[in-house]
Write a protein that binds this ligand. Structure first.
Ligand code: 6GU
Length: 234
């Protein structure tokens, strides 16, 4: 059974080129995933097609209203009997990482809710009980890019999504370490040469060099990951 991904947004057009390109596109063509876009504004009921309003208590910005979001979620969910994991994209959420991507990739249905404006009415969270997810400590103008980040990280993990010999298994973060340096032709470029070991044909020596490079890089660049890696070994 393929993975169904529902995307609820006020800007479905932002997803067109992303879903129609490269791995996300190929995964859908292979039947590994189905994308279903829902425009939240289609569920607005007033003359102005409102989806947001001013915050009670005052303050800047506009807040996504409950009725349209609830109606959009319920309409999308009714289209398929599978139970969706509801994921709300918000800077207030839990930080997205590779292990969350792996968990999502094991499910058969995800429903992503991307908001614009200053945030969601808290009763959207209280009543729909989504997992709140953030992609990092910076502020985006909306959840759409974050939703695409989540989709990309998840879809490439689906068995068969990647081309030649499943690259996903031994790359960065699969084991908590950064990737080793890589080189391709030419052997010599503007005075910079490829490390001899990579041209040696000695596969054991190459594997050892790469493992050392990964540890060195992680230690230097990401002490947080390095500490977690060392603690995991204990
Ligand atoms: Cl999920 N949404 C918005 N608006 N900004 C973000 C984010 C999400 N994650 C990081 N920044």
């Amino acid at each position: 059974m393929s993975l169904r991904i529902d995307i609820l947004t006020l800007f479905p057009e932002m997803f067109g080129s992303f879903l129609g390109t490269s791995i996300p596109k190929r995964a859908a063509e292979k039947g590994l995933v189905d994308y279903k876009l829902t425009n939240i504004r289609d569920f607005a009921t007033d003359a102005h097609l409102s989806v947001d309003d001013k915050p009670f208590g005052g303050g800047p910005g506009m807040i996504m209203m409950c009725p349209t979001v609830y109606d959009a979620v319920e309409a999308a969910e009714k289209q398929d009997p599978r139970t969706a994991i509801r994921i709300l994209l918000t800077p207030q959420g839990q930080r997205f990482d590779q292990s969350m991507a792996e968990q999502f990739a094991r499910r058969d249905r995800l429903l992503l809710i991307a908001g614009r404006y200053e945030g969601f009415d808290e009763r959207i969270i209280a009543g729909l009980n989504p997992i709140e997810v953030s992609i990092g400590d910076y502020v985006l103008s909306g959840g759409e890019l974050a939703a695409m980040v989540v989709i990309d990280a998840v879809v490439r993990l689906l068995p068969g999504a990647l081309g030649a010999e499943d690259g996903a298994a031994d790359e960065t973060f699969a084991d908590g370490l950064l990737e080793h340096p890589q080189y391709t032709r030419p052997r010599e470029f503007r005075g910079m040469s490829v490390p001899d070991v990579l041209l040696s044909g000695n596969h054991a020596a190459i594997a050892k060099w790469r493992a050392e490079q990964r540890k060195m890089r992680t230690k230097e660049r990401r002490p947080d990951l390095w500490q977690a890696f060392e603690e995991r070994d204990k």
